[in-house]
Design a protein around this ligand. Structure first.
Ligand code: ARG
Length: 660
């Protein structure tokens, strides 16, 4: 058990005598921000005193009096209005830290009650190339997967790819009508992606053409209304309602105007090219025809099924290249198509149970307290994204026996998941845990969703290449700067090693930058920042790791042997104690990641650890220390730090290099 849990356990015994609901108060025992107040602090006396109508300081004293913590803490102090300051005894820390010196798991215990977890992550819609939008689900989901697995939960990583949606209709239509045969022969996936973009661009064009007149009319109406109001405005000086009216009208006018601009841009994009304009004119019904192709595929049409069976593996092979580079493997890749045979039965079951009813020829689940119904069959008979997700839940519960289902999906799908989880509970899955691990958008430096200069989404492959290229410069510069004591250059890495290190640094930087943010927040994709060698980056952490490895290399010390020798960690300087305490908090960090599905708790922890090490290394001699016992103790701390950093990074899916 980690120190925090140990303390909370002891407090709980006392607090449960004072309140029937001790949990929120127990949760108020936290590590201190400032070491001057001790190692941990309990702020529970103030709110609890308020609840009981007593004096907080005397309540704090009462709690302290009842607590049995003499084995691990110095006598507790009550400070200020009733804070309880907790300072661990050095003996306690020394015993704990020495216990993990030769523990391969660094003190992280296996889960006492392993969960059966399915993590649904990455899930791109195939037949479109992977772009920057797929990064977050892939990276966050994989980090969670690794932490659950490390803590011995039974976890299935499932890539719920979109392989059955309307995009296939577009590709099928494109393949049959717009194919560039030689392009397809040389790069099938590239050509399919082009067809997808082309068909979707042509359909959007026709939609825009159809929408434009009505949009102009709406805009006109607001313009006239605004002009009318402006004429009257002299008579309405100081009239708040009038002013508000005018403001709303202006806003509406501006909004419709924006819409006109957007539609005109879509139209101009096609009409400025005679080639595209010709194609658009030749295929005025393209959207409808593409929809029909999807419908035919879903109905089992022979030709479309054959083509689909040909396309999907090709597309999957293409995205596999990216997963390999990102070092991501799934246990299963059950795409949407996998559930197709189950959909009719799901709808039937929901109807028989009286959960779903027909409404305007469609079948819907009406959830008490929700205005919007959950649509599970459209009026034309087509099943929906929702139907597939319901079938997926039933499969995961029945066949995989999952008790926890985690979906790592963009915040924009929050409403879908809220309704899905509500429906699942109505369906009877009340004893299962459903979690939507939502996340924000990756922005460009203009603070808008990250796009290329021409306005396209940024391909993931090119993003990885760019980061690795930049990492290569950093690796080169760093290695070229190395010098011996006499000032002669001593680069250590050959070309092949430099390339491998650059790949590790570049990919690590992208992943870490994504993981270190609070997942709900949007963040700006900034290659310079994410590859900085100081600050909260993977690069900083990777160099910190390599620096520690360098100590052992320079001292020609075998780390295994060191661990197995008789020496042990002792405290002779405050920074040794501070570093030990920090290393012992690894399991608190992992607990946090698991309970909140937030990998940034781990990045925060690793950053603090690297900083704590850096202070220690500045203040304490290691290789040059004369006292053999102290030297061994410090080397053991170096070794532990390196292992904690490498393990922590690995749990985030980030690799390290012994030498950089
Ligand atoms: N393919 C979907 C998309 O790109 C994400 C799927 C997420 N998982 C799920 N079970 N709905 O939006």
């Amino acid at each position: 058990m980690n120190t925090l849990s140990e303390l909370r356990d002891r407090f709980e015994k006392v607090l449960s005598e004072l309140t029937p609901t001790p949990d929120p108060f127990v949760a108020m025992i936290k590590p201190t921000q400032d070491a001057a107040f001790g190692d941990f602090q309990a702020n529970c006396a103030m709110p609890l005193a308020k609840q009981r109508g007593t004096n907080p300081r005397s309540l704090a004293a009462e709690i302290v009096g009842k607590l049995d913590v003499t084995d691990l803490c110095h006598p507790l102090e009550v400070a200020g209005p009733g804070f309880i300051n907790i300072r661990l005894k050095d003996e306690w820390l020394i015993e704990r830290i020495n216990n993990i010196v030769s523990d391969a798991r660094l003190g992280i215990e296996l889960a006492t009650k392993p969960k059966r977890v399915v993590i649904d992550y990455s899930a791109p819609n195939v037949a479109k190339p992977m772009h920057v939008g797929h990064l977050r689900s892939t990276v966050l989901g994989n980090a969670l997967y690794r932490v659950f697995k490390f803590c011995d939960h039974q976890v299935v990583g499932d890539n719920h790819i979109g392989d059955w949606g309307t995009q296939f209709g577009m590709i099928l239509f494109g393949y049959k009508n717009l194919l560039d045969v030689s392009a397809f022969e040389s790069n099938a996936v590239g050509e399919l992606a082009r067809l997808y973009r082309l068909v979707s661009q042509l359909s959007t064009y026709h939609d825009a053409k159809a929408e434009l007149p009505e949009t102009i009319k709406q805009h006109e109406q607001y313009r006239e209304q605004r002009e009318g109001l402006e004429k009257e405005s002299d008579q309405h000086q100081g009239d708040k309602d009038f002013a508000k009216d005018l403001k709303t009208t202006r806003a509406n006018e501006a909004q419709w105007n924006q819409q006109i601009v957007a539609l005109k841009r879509i139209i101009a994009d096609i009409e400025s090219s005679s080639l595209l304009k010709n194609l658009a004119d030749t295929h005025p019904q393209i959207a409808e025809l593409a929809r029909l192709e999807t419908a035919k595929l879903h109905a089992g049409d022979e030709e479309n099924t054959r083509l689909w069976n040909q396309f999907v593996p090709q597309c999957l092979a293409a995205i596999q290249g990216i997963y390999d580079r990102l070092d991501i493997r799934f246990d299963t890749t059950h795409g949407e198509s996998y559930y197709n045979p189950m959909l009719a039965n799901v709808v039937e079951e929901m109807q028989t149970k009286g959960l779903a009813v027909e409404s305007d020829k469609a079948i819907c689940v009406f959830i008490p307290g929700n205005a919007a119904p959950f649509l599970i069959r459209k009026s034309d008979g087509a099943f929906t994204y929702a139907t597939t997700d319901l079938a997926t839940i039933r499969y995961r519960v029945k066949d995989l026996n999952a008790d926890t289902m985690i979906y790592v999906v963009d915040t924009r799908q929050s409403e879908h998941f809220r309704l899905l989880f509500e429906t699942a509970r109505l369906w009877g899955y009340v004893d299962r845990q459903f979690v939507h691990v939502n996340f924000g958008t990756i922005l460009g430096k203009d603070n808008k969703p990250y796009k290329t200069r021409s306005g396209d989404t940024v391909g993931l492959e090119s993003l990885l290449d760019a980061a690795v290229a930049k990492a290569r410069q950093i690796v080169n510069e760093n290695d070229d700067r190395k010098k011996d004591d006499a000032g002669n250059p001593t680069p250590e890495l050959d070309d092949v090693t430099r390339a491998a290190v650059a790949e590790t640094v570049g990919i690590g930087a992208i992943k870490y930058a994504d993981l270190r943010h609070n997942r709900e927040s949007d963040y700006v994709y900034d290659e310079d920042k994410m590859l900085a060698t100081t600050g909260d980056t993977a690069t900083y952490m990777q160099y910190a790791y390599a620096r520690v490895c360098g100590i052992f290399r320079r001292g020609a010390i075998n780390r295994e042997t060191l661990r197995n020798e008789a020496g042990h960690i002792r405290f002779t300087h405050p920074s040794e104690r501070a570093l030990s305490l920090q290393l012992l908090r690894f399991s608190e960090a992992l607990d946090g990641v698991l309970s909140e599905c937030r990998p940034n708790i781990l990045t925060d922890y690793l950053f603090t650890t690297a900083n704590s090490f850096s202070t220690f290394y500045q203040e304490c001699k290691v290789l040059k220390e004369q006292d053999a016992a102290i030297r061994t103790s410090r080397l053991l701390l170096c070794d532990l730090t390196a292992r904690v950093i490498a393990t922590g990074l690995e749990l985030l899916g980030i690799k390290t290099c012994e030498q950089m």
